[in-house]
Design a protein around this ligand. Structure first.
Ligand code: G3P
Length: 221
């Protein structure tokens, strides 16, 4: 399973890129708003900061409601960094979003259909040609449903029907989500930088380092 970072924070993106674990970046309107920067400028900065990834998702804005409006926005987003091959147009799971997905996919533009909460939604997005689908597991867990189970079932569906759309497990809240979606067959987990930091950590690693440091003080130098 590959790892994407789920943020519009440039510093966090650079940190994750430096340690070599990053295959992509996902953003959404909430994440961009949190940064207090102009959307297009930030997408350009991200594309330039991570040249060796496969995908940077830029979402059409909530005021694009029709397929035509989404496609018009996508055409502008594609130009942001001189038709950067990594730009991925993130589209909402709506009828219009699917129509835009089909159009853009046929034009060879990467697409990511977001806010997926059912297997049927994932099937529709895949049939519309989506490069990626983003099931939101944390938000399902929040309403006492099983987010990981959704990923398991979508992975099974794509396997059974040979669909090559990739699953981006999104709304990932903690390391156990990462382990479980990897085993469930997600192709990608997109995670905040805080979760990457948690993945690195283990109390026995910290204890071991402390012991090595203490013993090293006693060693003959
Ligand atoms: O990748 C989707 C993500 O940004 C949503 O996460 O934690 O707001 O449900 P969350």
């Amino acid at each position: 399973m590959k790892l994407f970072i789920d943020t519009a924070n440039l510093e966090d993106i650079r940190k994750a890129y430096r340690i070599g674990v990053l295959s992509g970046v996902t953003t959404n309107p909430s994440l961009v708003a949190k940064e207090g920067v102009k959307f297009e400028d930030r997408i350009a900065e991200i594309l330039q900061a991570v040249p060796e990834v496969e995908s940077v998702s830029a979402e059409v804005t909530p005021d694009a409601v029709t397929a035509e409006e989404m496609i018009a926005q996508a055409n502008e987003l594609i130009k942001i960094n001189n038709n950067d091959k990594n730009i991925t147009i993130k589209l909402p799971m709506t009828l219009a979003g699917l129509e835009a997905c089909r159009y853009l996919s046929r034009k060879g533009v990467k697409t990511n259909v977001t806010l997926i909460f059912t297997v049927n939604q994932a099937l529709l997005a895949a049939r519309a040609g989506a490069t990626y689908v983003s099931p939101f597991l944390g938000r399902l867990d929040d309403i006492s449903e099983d987010g990981v189970q959704l990923v398991t079932r979508v992975a099974e569906l794509f396997r059974v029907h040979n669909l090559d759309t990739q699953i981006i497990a999104a709304s990932v809240r903690h390391p156990d989500h990462v382990t479980r979606v990897a085993l469930a067959g997600a192709h990608i987990a997109t995670v905040p930088f805080s979760v990457i930091e948690q993945l690195v950590k283990h109390p026995l690693t910290d204890q071991g380092l402390e012991k090595f440091a203490a013993d090293w003080k006693k060693a003959i130098q």
